[in-house]
Write a protein that binds this ligand. Sequence first.
Ligand code: B12
Length: 224
Amino acid sequence: MFETYIKDYNEAVMEIDKEAALEVVENALANGVIPEDIVFKIVMPAVEDMMEHVLNDLDTNLAQHFMTAQIAAEITEKMLQKFTQPPEVIGRVIIGTVFGDLHSLGKRIVMGCLKSMMVDVIDLGVNVTAEEFVNAAIEQNAQVIAVSSMMMHTATGEEVTCGVIDDIKMVKWTPEQTRAEVKRLIEIGKPGGHFLFGSSLMPLELPEENIQAMIQAAFEFGSN
Ligand code: B12
């Protein structure tokens, strides 16, 4: 019977079906499974299983990855209140997204995994300065500071200005028009330094000669 709960729970998270996953947990509890076993024998192995899939199985998608962590965190928090003995928390982590960066999805997945593994997580949100990380770690007596940083310049702490070419319009431009636009952007951004020129979406329809023209112009006008 217990094996069936494991199988049903895994299927539910792979289907991104939160309701079904919660129902498996409710059924298991109603049939005498203890909250400790829900967390350590059903929920936590499912998170580990998902991490394996993400590493080795190209068909695993972001929604499955995200929801497994979120469901695990939610159930673990509920089950902790029902544990007969206070659970052994293995450590405390201060987490946040670095200053200048507003990306939060990856951080939330990491938080979900950590919570389901008995780590106390304190989230400082996004756009967090180095001082805020350190002060929080000292105040909260955390052993680990976990920093999420999705962008090159915020990861390295540089102040940069980004100039992104309009790669939707670039689909219809000629290589000469592309070159002129790169020149224009770089002339605006380059004075003073710390200027990052780039593209964004790169639609599949972009003619290759425009990409070549963009790169050549970026080297030509961007070099000192
Ligand atoms: C979604 C997204 C956005 C969303 C963010 C929504 C949100 N609330 O998070 C929006 C549209 C707002 C956005 C904005 C911008 N974005 Co953006 N964005 C993305 C995108 C498409 C996906 C990021 C994501 O969520 N991935 C899914 C998660 C699950 O993966 P993940 O973040 O990598 O996290 C995993 C690991 O990295 C790791 N991890 C993450 N954090 C941590 C922390 C710790 C401690 C640990 C252990 C692990 C860990 O575990 C996670 C789970 O597996 C990426 C491109 C890409 N394919 O990655 C660009 C991307 C990150 N963005 C980029 C850019 C440039 C921007 C903008 C500057 C665009 C603009 N010109 O306005 C702005 C920045 C605004 C700002 N100041 O932050 C660039 C960064 C380039 C670079 N490397 O420097 C990327 C790479 C796109 C690109 N190719 O140009 N973006």
